[in-house]
Design a protein around this ligand. Structure first.
Ligand code: ATP
Length: 351
């Protein structure tokens, strides 16, 4: 098995700005971990510290159990792919991939075998002689990935590698990166601000906010059990209903009483979170956790439609996603009653 990476109490300041604050994080053996968060939250700084471009002010970074302080970028044996390809423009695909191996004085026959193997892995065997400018953006990024893998890195660091590509290529390459990572088993840190991307390809997702870690967990955990409002908000759209938890499994929002699942005791202010796709239309027989309102907006999303529903006394419209076939019955101005299961909602007790 290949190495793992550990960050222990890592802090990085730029003058007075704390870019990364007491970060504890582990990339386990063979794991694909995404670092997700808004612009400026410290993702790239974290990656650059693991790579060795910058040193932490406090704390320690270990690769395979070994402390990395004062170990040069090259001696850390990390493979890095940036957003903007960064291929050598005057070298063809083969030579770009071979570059790191040449620098390490690896025998020519070994280089040839390895590069050909990698060209096959990325599906570009027939483009070995192409210069970067003769390749599409997606192909260039594949070459960059192969170049990073060529040195048999202990860890792969990918910094928004797909963000310069158009949506279709991005989607295809996401799965390719995942496949290649799984085959190679190299622990990978994937920096992105795209929540969909992070949730779709990662074994675990670490969410950062203001230099700190908010939550680390499996994509499903992060999506269904966010621990903070920031996480809930950052990974997908939500309805935040501010009200009072009554301490007995019920929650009151604008005079409406809902049944919720919570082990909390005591009455307190809380926020009930319901994802738009968790609502269903109430037809006929009444159900628990109903909300009635008037459709104020409708957008077609393909398989789904999103309705904005004006609810009496609420300052915000309720967002409800329905299958297009269900949504077809409701136009702007129509009255609608929706409901949600207690299991499909969760309470946050912070403000
Ligand atoms: P983005 O998604 O926009 O790349 P990020 O989450 O990767 O953002 P970082 O690039 O790590 O964020 O930056 C974290 C904070 O540190 C930002 O406020 C940034 O302005 C600051 N910062 C980063 N590098 C430096 C530097 N070399 N000198 C001064 N400030 C820096």
């Amino acid at each position: 098995m290949t190495a793992s990476v550990a960050l222990v109490g890592v802090t990085k300041r730029f003058d007075k700005l704390v870019a990364v604050s007491s970060l504890d994080l582990e990339i386990k053996k063979g794991e694909f971990l995404s670092l997700l968060g808004p612009s400026g939250c410290g993702k790239t700084t974290t990656l650059r510290m693991i790579a060795g471009f910058i040193e932490p002010d406090e704390g320690e970074i270990l690769i395979d159990g070994k402390p990395m302080r004062n170990v040069s970028v090259r001696r850390r044996s990390v493979g890095i792919v940036f957003q903007n390809y960064a291929l050598f423009p005057n070298l063809n695909a083969f030579e770009n991939i071979a570059f790191g191996m040449r620098a390490r004085k690896i025998p020519e026959s070994e280089i040839k075998n390895k590069v050909n193997e990698l060209l096959e892995l990325i599906g570009l065997s027939d483009r070995a002689k192409a210069l970067p400018k003769e390749l599409s953006g997606g192909q260039q990024q594949r070459v960059a990935l192969a170049r990073a893998l060529a040195i048999n890195p202990k860890v792969l660091l990918l910094d928004e590698p797909l963000s310069a590509l158009d949506a279709k290529v991005r989607n295809a390459l996401r799965f390719e990166i995942k496949r290649i990572q799984r085959q190679s088993g190299i622990p990978t840190l994937y920096v992105t601000h795209d929540q969909q991307e992070a949730l779709s390809i990662s074994d675990r997702v670490a969410i950062m906010n203001g230099g700190k870690l908010e939550q680390v967990g499996s994509p499903l955990d992060i999506y269904t059990k966010p621990r903070t409002k920031f996480v809930a908000d950052f990974v997908g759209d939500n309805n935040f209903l501010y009200g009072t938890y009554e301490g007995d499994g019920s929650f009151v929002w604008l005079g409406r009483q809902f049944t919720v699942n919570s082990q909390e005791v005591g009455r307190k202010e809380a926020c009930l979170v319901v994802r738009p796709e968790r609502f269903r239309v109430v037809k006929g027989r009444s159900e628990i956790n109903e909300i009635t309102g008037k459709v104020s907006g409708k957008v077609f999303l393909g398989a789904m439609v999103r309705l904005a529903i004006e609810v009496a006394e609420s300052a915000n419209d309720l967002l409800v996603d329905l299958l297009s076939s269900d949504g077809a019955h409701f136009d702007v101005g129509a009255e609608i009653t929706v409901s949600f299961d207690p299991d499909d909602s969760f309470l946050l007790f912070e403000r």
